[in-house]
Design a protein around this ligand. Sequence first.
Ligand code: NAD
Ligand code: ZN
Ligand code: ZN
Length: 347
Amino acid sequence: MKAVRFVGVGKPAQVVELPKPEPKAGEVLVKIGGAGVCHSDLHVLHDGIGIDHSFTLGHENAGWVAGVGAGVRNWKDGDAVAIYGPWGCGYCHACMQSFENYCENWKPGQAYGGGLGADGGMAEYMLIPSERLLVPLGKLKPQDAAPLSDAALTPYHAIKRALPLLTPDATAVVLGVGGLGHMAVQLIKCLSGARIVAGDVDDSKLEMAKKMGADLVVNTKNEDAAEKILKFTGSRKAALVLDCVGVQPTVNLGSRIVGMNSHFTIVGLGGGKLTMDGGAAVPFGCMVSTPYWGSRAELLEVLALAEAGRIHAEVTHFKLDETPEVYNKLHEGKIRGRAVIVPEANL
Ligand code: NAD
Ligand code: ZN
Ligand code: ZN
């Protein structure tokens, strides 16, 4: 089968031929319908994740069950599934609560999941180590639903933590309206009554944010971006700043516009620094957090919203062979919403 591989830090992803995997006891084989192209893959390719061996990329995956190992009871061939991405031990306190994204037994150097150290979904087939990591897709199509397992699940988890603050008179600000950000705007809209501001450096992304429900869009390249946002929020400032970029300019902007007793939630992994600066980095009572991905139960919730037609990922489909070029496009900021890699046979 064809697969897109990480072959070393600083090297482009490679499309190679691999044998089709066989599910052993407890494992499930999934025929991939779609694998989302996340910006985290660029961090993996450029900076690495502390893993030297090569592996198949793609950590936002959905498809159909295509074989089960001995002992697998809950799935049969043809079932449409989303693959839960962060693979924990399954037994610690966090995993028991379905927060495998915060598994207590994960150690540096270990794979985070399929596509992030273990073989992922940018391939015709993917092996899942346990049936507990599959979630039913219902009537959603794998090639459209794949990004929900990360681009939607990550902001969903982040926004849920701030929901008590998102009253109808409050403002939530989403910085970066890419794969995660375009889902974040929709999620805030359907989970809360808060007013939504979206910031990006690209006007075409801001156009999309408007369509997704943003009340105000601001090009953050402009020097008056903070003033514009603060004029809109009033003295209370933002109750939630969800930074889906995490670079120095967004971290700086976020700390200027976030209010007292608020949430400054940074999911972007752009390497920006927030300095305590004698206690003045953020206003009093502001909770700064760096959530990672989401829980299995939250993935069910996200899929339910999508099945009800209340959120959707804006996707563009590409073939496996096109993946290295798609990574270049993502790096150049030329992907709108989410690119999804679809094996040729399923396009
Ligand atoms: P993306 O490339 O699809 O979107 C990034 C968006 O940010 C684009 O619209 C771009 O125009 C905008 N942008 C770039 N620089 C900006 C700036 N200075 N100010 C405002 N906007 C700017 O990326 P994505 O797939 O949505 O991922 C976003 C970030 O989130 C990445 O760093 C990724 O690694 C990270 N991520 C984190 C988690 C987690 O669990 N914490 C999960 C998935 C992705
Ligand atoms: Zn990701
Ligand atoms: Zn665990």
